[in-house]
Write a protein that binds this ligand. Sequence first.
Ligand code: ADP
Ligand code: MG
Length: 151
Amino acid sequence: MKKYETTEPAQTQALAEKIAALAKPGLVITLNGDLGAGKTTFTKGFAQALGVTDRVKSPTFNILNTYETGRIPLYHFDAYRLEESGAADQGFEDYLGTDGVSLIEWPQFMADLLPNDRLVMTFERGGRGENDRVITVKGLGRAEAIEEGLS
Ligand code: ADP
Ligand code: MG
């Protein structure tokens, strides 16, 4: 596991940029953490690093937003609203682990669909200041190489 401390959104996005540079089609990244921890901020940095030209919005109301304008397709999930309905039968398998990179906020609500090979990230408020965040990165299976590639 690798651990990072950021003190402003731009630093969280700089970490996203480093991970995006290592990303290959099929990568799944789970973004764990409370509301306001920085998951969507990270995703925006990731999208920018892939060369996505669209504005990245929080997909809370439609669960999945897809962006096709970058180096690799980006599939941005926010599974929060699946807590009640469940994640089955919505076609998410057509995206996860396929030709794009999937970034998943609230992954616990689509746990049954997550591949074993994935990059697990956690976001927490921490440290002293309002803008301090502690971020961890753990690679499972084939995603181990990504963790190892980070400084
Ligand atoms: P989440 O998607 O986890 O609910 P967001 O990324 O939408 O969180 O919101 C995080 C908020 O915290 C944003 O307003 C962002 O500007 C702010 N913020 C402050 N410091 C940081 C930091 N170090 N990393 C990420 N976001 C930060
Ligand atoms: Mg969010």
